[in-house]
Design a binder for this molecule. Sequence first.
Ligand code: BGC
Length: 374
Amino acid sequence: MKFTRKAIAGISALALMTGLAACGGSSRGTNAASGGTEASANASDTLIGISMPTKSLERWNKDGANLESQLEKLGYKVSLQYADNKPNQQVDQIQNMANDGAKVVIVGSIDGTAVGPAVEAAKSNGATIIAYDRLIMNTDAVDYYATFDLAEVGKLQGQYIADALGLEDGATGPFNIELMTGSPDDNNARYFFEGAWSILGPYFESGVLQSPSGKVPSSVDDWQSIGILSWDQKKAQDEMENRLNSFYTGDTKLDAVLAPNDALALGTVNAIEAKGWDYMPVITGQDCDKANVANIVAGKQSMDVFKDTRKLADAVATMTDQIVKGETVETDSSYNNGTKDVPTKLLTPITITKDNVQEELVDTGYISAEDAGL
Ligand code: BGC
């Protein structure tokens, strides 16, 4: 569940976390920076640690590079590290950043729960912790969170499928759709599915949508039953190949695939191309990685959800600067991590199709026309 709240300015953020919620509207909030140093702190002496999950996915490389350059522009010393999708490696890296005296540690977690003890140790060493894109779960050591509206990502995917199949116009199908969710250890993946399911679930209930594979969670809480570990492209491809070979023989047509991110969309496209069909189903995605944008332009992937990593990096660089200077930190929402409501800066994702690749991605310099296949 996501809660919005009015956050309160002027007192230590940690002291604030209980009791003062004023739910019921998304309002701009401010929180005094915990762990803030003197306003006169010399930025070049201030170390900021950034721990990113993996280099294997394009988006995290962009996230890390954007954040590093924003913080360096502000004059900070930055230690940017990637943990190869290995939770233990990430724990070690965070502990080292804390030992090196990092004032702020920014974590794009691999396993949102496993990283808890490491951020607790960093916090007791004096660091302020920002969860980047993925929330850190079940600990009160996380001070701030910045992300794109998670359920909205899934809603955009679900809505695209509903529109493409004409569901709201009364099409009765039944349409065949295959669902996947993201990595079972990534808290984001649940929200993505929750958003998509809020649109698609009612059509499963009425029988307009069906999954020949039977791989449909019994409820949102059961989302991990169709999760793809580590958001791994190859695992997604294997999963889709199995489903296609077992359930899509003869005349059975696949109408749509809910692929929650671009890695899973690429795996899906590979599996479908191997079947040699003369059509492509509706396929969703998230991140606007180059290969996927090129697939959209080529008609192999239908849509993508764009989360502009430049905006997220800007927001987190601003938060970091506010924390170090002891200024109030602007947040506008909050997410509950099982232990507390974490003050959150929330950004808005948008749908990308063939029609707005040029305007949203190329004209803004996110991707070159050549990479987009334009
Ligand atoms: C991020 C997505 C990303 C996925 C795999 C999620 O937590 O929000 O943007 O595609 O992880 O790295």
